[in-house]
Design a protein around this ligand. Structure first.
Ligand SMILES: *[C@@H]1O[C@H](CO)[C@@H](O)[C@H](O)[C@H]1NC(C)=O
Ligand SMILES: *[C@@H]1O[C@H](CO)[C@@H](O)[C@H](O)[C@H]1NC(C)=O
Ligand SMILES: *[C@@H]1O[C@H](CO)[C@@H](O)[C@H](O)[C@H]1NC(C)=O
Ligand SMILES: *[C@@H]1O[C@H](CO)[C@@H](O)[C@H](O)[C@H]1NC(C)=O
Length: 235
């Protein structure tokens, strides 16, 4: 019954983007020009409209440049990240990379979700799928604009007007992350959009040591003195 339910909801929920998690953490960046603080990228408005009050701005000529978001809780299962860069200046984000990591290290040490390819300039608005469990999201650029303008090349400049980080806090799932992963999922880790265990299930209390690796339900029932679909309660 639960298995059927999970499969059914997964079909319905696969296209939804889970929750935007940027309220649950803080942002820092490599340097700050005038009022262009790191926090501006996670505060509204959601647009490419630039001003020092609306977007981040790192100091021109400082290479590499980076922006980093850290979750206020242990870690999150991310599904995708949407970035809105400053209008008209795609050249300054050329060659950017987006990472999900477990450490604050720079250059980033973790999972590379996306690297802007050559040739051509990146789209200033993009949604980047990144299916990964981590503690930080890092936008990193060591290239940027190589074009000579007014006797200088700008290099990388981080001018993020908005960033949305979609997913769920670890051990939660559902369209608003309202559900808890089954506690028999190993490390209580499940996929944010359908609740299936990521690393399989713990069969310790299940009869014949068999559990469903997606739902964690004990398929053959419980060992003696155990009850519940996960057999995690004492009789
Ligand atoms: C849940 O989603 C994951 C990741 O997309 C997928 O691998 C898994 O098969 C899904 N589970 C079910 C029961 O469809
Ligand atoms: C972060 O750590 C978790 C748990 O050890 C691991 O599963 C995950 O793959 C790591 N993420 C990255 C981006 O390295
Ligand atoms: C840039 O991204 C926007 C929003 O995702 C999309 O509508 C547009 O078609 C993209 N443009 C190019 C040139 O890829
Ligand atoms: C650019 O460089 C040229 C040659 O060195 C110099 O004459 C000119 O004044 C410079 N322009 C600016 C805006 O710095």
């Amino acid at each position: 019954m639960l298995g059927v339910l999970l499969i059914h909801t997964s079909v319905l929920l696969t296209v939804s983007a889970q929750q935007n998690l940027v309220r649950f953490g803080k942002a820092t960046q490599s340097s700050t020009e005038a009022g262009g603080r790191a926090q501006n990228a996670i505060d509204p408005p959601i647009s490419n409209d630039w001003s020092f009050a609306k977007c981040t701005h790192t100091i021109i000529g400082k290479n590499p440049a980076w922006w980093r978001f850290q979750f206020s809780y242990e870690s999150a299962y991310i599904t995708d990240i949407t970035i809105y860069y400053r209008e008209g200046l795609a050249r300054r984000m050329d060659g950017f990379k987006l990472y999900v990591t477990n450490t604050s290290t720079i250059p980033p040490d973790g999972y590379l979700c996306y690297e802007d390819p050559d040739p051509g300039l990146p789209n200033i608005t993009q949604t980047i799928p990144c299916y990964e469990l981590g503690k930080y999201v890092i936008y990193y650029d060591d290239k940027g604009s190589l074009e000579i303008k007014i006797n200088r090349s700008d290099g990388p400049v981080i001018e993020l007007c908005y960033v949305a980080i979609n997913g769920c806090q670890k051990s939660r799932w559902g369209s608003t992350c309202e559900e808890l992963c089954a506690d028999n999922c190993l490390e209580r880790n499940c996929y944010p959009e359908n609740g299936s265990c990521v690393w399989g299930c713990n069969p310790t209390n299940c009869l014949n040591d068999i559990c469903d690796r997606d739902t964690a339900v004990c398929i053959d029932g419980c060992k003696i003195r155990r009850t519940g679909i996960y057999c995690n309660q004492c009789k």
